[in-house]
Design a protein around this ligand. Structure first.
Ligand code: FAD
Ligand code: NAP
Length: 342
């Protein structure tokens, strides 16, 4: 088994760059190592922190357990027809590299999800999404190891209970499984999804009006918008959107829109309405503001940054102030998207 390291510094393994010491740390590169790591934790009665790219977690100053860093690699073609391909991808593969690998091989569907940080294994956890595409539409199966029994289990798409930034792995089955690989079904027929205004504008700017875009053009445009708007965590630590977009009842939306006629809103399931959390935070006056060193990003108020690499507590205090203020001003309760560990 690879080395279990005591008192390991995780500051460079989380994109918010909060200082965090894990009592124990192990990097696993295959399923045998993964099982041995889980057994080690069981023997010592340690709690687990399963870590991919660390881009959606808020870590404590001391994690009194075992951090398992999933670094398994491998992409294989399971089957293909003239129009479709089925791929098995190890959990530790880098998400963006996988998206670009698909495009190089003319496998389409994931291009709107280019440049999302993190690993393939974390993608189903919150059903990653961007620019009108959610990964759930391309996942056939999620393969996991059950932490208690160490048995392998396959979840077909419907069993994952995917929803808006949600899945069974984040809700009722939280901490029961470790994802070992994801099976994707992708198209070999190029078709693009260009519905978000920001993406339409970027494509027009880059290729000119009337241009017929390829999936690679879409990926290039997504990368360009993201690079122009989102802080690169290596320069300015962050976890992307700090809050989920709130989904409110239609009657709450109707109450709000009378006072705020320009408020962005989008249809959600069962007649509910999705609001833009970034807009609410901006309107509440938080864009560009800082508190004790943690800050609200100037170009996108939904992103909280940690330029001084302060502790989780500092960032969470800023987040709490924002939640209280947005609730006071709009009556809408914001919910954090990244997972906070203690
Ligand atoms: P981690 O942060 O390491 O883990 C996240 C959660 O998943 C943790 O609870 C962890 O325990 C669990 N987990 C990780 N791997 C496994 C595994 N193998 N088995 C079981 N559980 C596991 N998200 C979006 O949806 N859309 C975006 O457009 C987007 N843009 C972002 C932009 C920036 C700049 C940043 C910093 C983040 C962004 N995110 C976005 C959030 C984040 O990148 C995604 O949620 C990503 O999938 C997290 O992957 P990760 O490997 O870093 O997960
Ligand atoms: P944006 O384009 O400025 O849009 C603002 C918000 O409006 C987004 O949150 C988006 O919701 C919503 N929206 C815009 N057009 C829409 C449409 N046609 N239909 C439905 N909803 C629409 O957003 P942005 O902040 O620059 O981010 C661009 C995309 O990348 C978004 O999809 C966003 O979710 C994703 N992103 C996610 C993270 C993260 O950490 N989760 C970080 C950065 C970017 P949705 O968020 O529901 O798409």
């Amino acid at each position: 088994m690879s080395l279990v390291i005591p008192e390991f510094n995780l500051q460079s393994f989380n994109t918010l760059a909060v200082p965090c010491i894990a009592a124990w740390y192990i990097s696993v590169s295959d399923e045998i190592e993964l099982k041995k790591a889980i057994e080690f934790a069981k023997e010592k009665s340690l709690k687990l922190l399963v870590l991919g790219g660390g881009s959606n977690v808020i870590l404590p100053e001391y994690f009194d357990g075992l951090a398992i860093h999933v670094r398994t690699q491998g992409i294989s073609i399971i089957s293909q027809t003239e129009n479709e391909v089925v791929l098995g991808v190890a959990a530790g593969e880098n998400w963006h590299d996988f998206v670009m690998w698909c495009l190089t091989n003319n496998f389409y569907g994931l291009e709107n999800l280019a440049l999302i940080p993190g690993t393939v294994g974390a993608a189903p956890i919150q059903n990653i999404g961007a620019y009108g595409v959610e990964v759930k539409d391309f996942i056939a199966e999620v393969k996991v190891i059950e932490r208690q029994s160490l048995l392998p289990i396959t979840f077909v798409n419907e069993a994952c209970q995917f929803d808006y930034r949600e899945s069974i792995f984040k809700s009722e089955n939280l901490d029961k499984y470790i994802v070992t690989s994801v099976v994707f079904k992708l198209s070999k027929v190029a078709a693009v999804n260009i519905t978000y205004p920001a993406l339409i504008n970027a494509i027009n700017d880059m290729f000119g009006q009337g241009h017929i875009s390829t999936p690679l053009d879409v990926a290039d445009a997504v990368i360009a918008v993201r690079e122009s708007k989102l802080p690169n965590p290596q320069d300015i630590p962050n976890v992307g959107s700090f809050f989920k977009n709130p989904i409110v009842e239609r009657r709450d939306y109707e109450r709000l829109v009378v006072v705020h006629p320009k408020m962005p809103h989008f249809p959600a399931k069962n007649g509910a309405v999705k609001l833009a959390a970034g807009w609410l935070i901006d309107q509440a006056g938080w864009r560009g503001r800082a508190l004790n060193g943690a800050a609200v990003h100037e170009k996108q108020a939904l992103v909280l940054t940690n330029p001084q690499r302060k502790s989780a507590e500092t960032v969470l205090r800023l987040a709490q102030e924002i939640v209280i203020d947005v609730h006071k001003k709009f009556g809408v309760m914001l919910e954090a998207e990244p997972r906070t560990y203690s």
